[in-house]
Write a protein that binds this ligand. Structure first.
Ligand code: GLU
Length: 461
């Protein structure tokens, strides 16, 4: 994983360098955009239930604060290393700028497998981690949030510990909190919801007649998808619309955590045909002849809750069983003949080993860094449209921002209000990037980095 983290960091830095050079930035400015402003690496003790004390390694990396306080999640993962946290902090700087938020980028992590901890151990770990970072975070300094394997409950322990250390209320210092502790309605679903908003915005551009400059690079299978989308749209504007005829545009989602689950659920509600989902143990599909049937996402979730994993789990007609369903591996899911592929788990899953077998025409990067640089280049050249993580999954940090605003104002919005603000902000972010990509005939990722760097640099003196 050290190598994986290193690779991810190198590719984020290389992309910044390449973009910055294209924008004609000076060498010292490029260095400032690449180097993190602060790197905190520490170890800390956590008492286990059996009385033993484990010494854990943790990080908080503050990458860039030109646009505002550092913002970004904290992940608990056994393979987390410094390079990975730094890469993710760098991507947060770009993501916040792409999303139009008044934030810089940061990220935190602890090298631990939280799935092997009891709830009491997890609480002690969360509180000990905060003791380490409390002195250099704050609502106008650095605002952490959930990431891989962390959730509202963990944010609740963290904000509680933070306020005890400080001796005053400061709800806005953490986002992604439970609603009862100042969290925002709609935050839990926000990343998945944002991904679906971006997917719809993309499809609506694909069917617009005059706006197909970027489509000149399209391959024939994407043209087929375009026809499918046109046929299924009530109107090309797609505003809050469901697809006309259900079950036409197929999606496979890798990852059934907070991000993957809500993406799959909201996409099916919008009329897409979600035909495969997976968790870390495996994937499920329901084949019928040479086609794949739609999965009932809420039922699949119920089944996962009951059985612990998705593997071997299939729910049909309210009954959970394996009849009609089939278990495949995560690798096989990525290679399914679907229209849209949504990697929503971990980084580097689409890489030089499987890129030639990817059949989807659109990839929505809901995880951070799921497509390696090599695969990105190969697939883009082939005409696959890849919506980059810094745009596709920015719904989470966008609603984190809305939570922060509500905490600071002491005034709270309804879920509908939050969702409609999210939609407006995501569409605006998408449009800026689409426009740049179409105008310059460059992939969306490159366009996203250009849009972000222009904003960041203009705020740096
Ligand atoms: N961890 C999420 C991300 O990677 C959310 C960060 C936040 O809300 O600050 O975007």
């Amino acid at each position: 994983m050290e190598n994986q983290g290193k690779k991810m960091l190198e590719s984020a830095q290389a992309l910044i360098k390449k973009t910055a050079e294209k924008l004609g930035l000076k060498e010292e400015m490029i260095r400032r955009l690449i180097e993190p402003e602060m790197v905190y690496e520490f170890s800390f003790p956590v008492k286990m239930d059996n009385g033993q004390v484990r010494i854990l390694k943790g990080w908080r990396i503050q990458h860039n604060s030109a646009l505002g306080p550092y913002k970004g999640g904290i992940r608990f993962h056994p393979e987390t290393v410094r390079e990975e946290v730094q890469a993710l902090a760098t991507l947060m700087t770009i993501k916040c700028a792409v999303a139009g938020l008044p934030y810089g980028g940061g990220k935190g992590g602890v090298a631990i497998d939280p799935k092997k901890l009891s709830s009491a151990e997890l609480e002690r770990l969360s509180r000990e981690y905060v003791k380490k970072i409390a002195h250099f975070i704050g609502e106008d300094v650095d605002v952490p949030a959930p990431d891989v394997n962390t959730n509202p409950q963990i944010m609740a322990w963290m904000i509680d510990e933070y306020q005890k250390i400080k001796g005053y209320q400061s709800k806005a210092t953490f986002t992604g909190k439970p609603v009862s502790m100042g969290g925002s309605l709609g935050r839990t679903e926000a990343t998945g919801r944002g991904g679906v908003i971006v997917l719809k915005a993309l499809l609506s551009e694909l069917v617009k007649d005059g706006s197909t400059k970027i489509l000149s690079r399209l391959n024939s299978s994407l043209t087929l998808l375009k026809q499918k989308v046109s046929k299924n749209f009530v109107s090309p504007s797609f505003n809050n619309q469901k697809l006309k005829s259900n079950n036409e545009i197929t999606i496979a989602v890798q990852g059934f955590g907070n991000v993957g689950y809500y993406f799959a659920k909201i996409a099916s509600e919008a009329g897409f045909k979600v035909v495969a989902v997976s968790d870390s143990k495996g994937a499920i599909i329901k084949p019928k002849g040479d086609k794949l049937e739609a999965l009932d996402i809420p039922l699949v979730m119920e089944c996962k809750k009951e059985k612990g994993t998705l593997a071997g789990c299939y729910c049909a007609g309210g009954v959970c069983d394996t009849k009609g369903g089939k278990t495949i591996t995560n690798e096989e899911l990525l290679e399914l003949p679907v229209d849209i592929l949504v990697p929503a788990a971990l980084e580097n899953v689409i890489n030089d080993k499987n890129m030639k077998n990817i059949k989807a025409k659109i990839i929505i990067e809901m995880a951070n860094g799921p497509v390696t640089e090599e695969a990105y280049e190969y697939l883009s050249k082939k005409g696959v449209i890849i919506v980059p993580d810094v745009l596709a999954n920015s719904g989470g940090v966008t609603v984190s921002y809305l939570e922060w605003v509500q905490n600071k104002a002491g005034y709270y919005w309804s879920e509908e209000e939050v969702n409609s603000k999210l939609e407006v902000m995501m569409k605006k972010a998408f449009e800026a990037i689409w426009e740049k990509a179409s105008k310059k005939k460059i992939p969306l990722k490159q366009a996203a980095f250009e849009v972000a760097l222009e904003k960041i640099v203009s705020a740096m003196v």
